[in-house]
Ligand binder design. Sequence first.
Ligand SMILES: Nc1ncnc2c1ncn2[C@@H]1O[C@H](COP(=O)(O)OP(=O)(O)O)[C@@H](O)[C@H]1O
Ligand SMILES: [Mg+2]
Length: 367
Amino acid sequence: MSDFFELVNVDKSFGEHHVVKDVCISAKCGEVFSLLGPSGCGKTTILRIAGGFETPDSGSVWLDGKDVTALSPNKRKVNTVFQNYALFPHMTIWDNVAFGPRIAGMKEAEVKKQVGEMLEIVRMSAHADKRPDQISGGQKQRVAIVRALINYPKLLLLDEPLAALDLKLRQYMLLELDRIHDVFGTTFIYVTHDQNEAMSLSDHIAVMNDGRIEQVGTPAEIYENPATKFVASFIGDTNLFDATVSGIIDSEYMRVDIAGLGEFCAFNEHKFPAGSKITLSIRPERFRIFADKPSPMDRQNFIKGKIIDIIYQGAQTRYWVEVNGMRINVLQQHNRCYLDQKQPTWNDEIWIAWHRDDVTTLPKTRD
Ligand SMILES: Nc1ncnc2c1ncn2[C@@H]1O[C@H](COP(=O)(O)OP(=O)(O)O)[C@@H](O)[C@H]1O
Ligand SMILES: [Mg+2]
């Protein structure tokens, strides 16, 4: 088996509540694999099944080529880091990290060496004699992570480990987690509802919705080529349009008719035949705003609209543009080229343009 960690057709219900639905995931050795989805979609349940704290109703769990479905948590060489750190409050940081190796019967000289190394890695050596209530949230989280890594698990499960931290600390801890992952090379299964965390840390992301995996891909794949409406709108912002394929231009491009907007060109990635009813996704940052009708440009679509709302966001401005009663979300980065132009204002009639390759068509799957 080439993949290091796998869930195969895993199903789980709590009473009538079907929480995990035929989930298959596979992570490669040494990668960061994220489960990303809204609260209540089943992420923690999957992590508990991976760790052996929950038994699936059907399906199997594989680790390093072995079926571990029936193994108890302590037989799996898997460790978990929880959101609330779960450090022992009455013990020093040193004793917290030393706890696992001591329980496992490691000689004290070896414990000393390993704990020293671990605290060094997370820059906590100077705080070794403090208790958890004497250090910050980010420091506690770093201690919790090395405490989970000290016995070199094959797999580290992290359940929303940064959710309790404020934004700045979360951003810092993301860099720290990335560095710690590089040092240890352990396979991480990382659960989060935060797309930015998943995007910045992961090699692969499984996007979950209501107990199912909607799509698995690299961060760029799920952003650039979302497979379902749910993925397109959960990962970043997007504009979704129902459309009909009104003609095939060549082997790559088609004409699409968006009800209320008109006919445009789009890349036909999934080779839809004429007449197909499809959904298009166009990201807000892919539009450009022009005060006057632009002269024809290669492979661009144009449409006239009216600015109905403007939200200044520092690095960028978000415009809501109305076209025939539809609201289109347009994002303009504040680069010099943009700032040097006259900026549009409320009720301005403007043109928006987008490249035909910037239209993503969602394959006809569940949505
Ligand atoms: N032990 C349990 N008994 C009953 N329902 C549970 C149990 N654990 C989780 N659930 C339910 O399963 C659903 C998924 O929960 P969870 O896996 O914690 O989601 P997430 O981590 O994505 O927020 C929720 O509706 C939750 O209430
Ligand atoms: Mg959870």
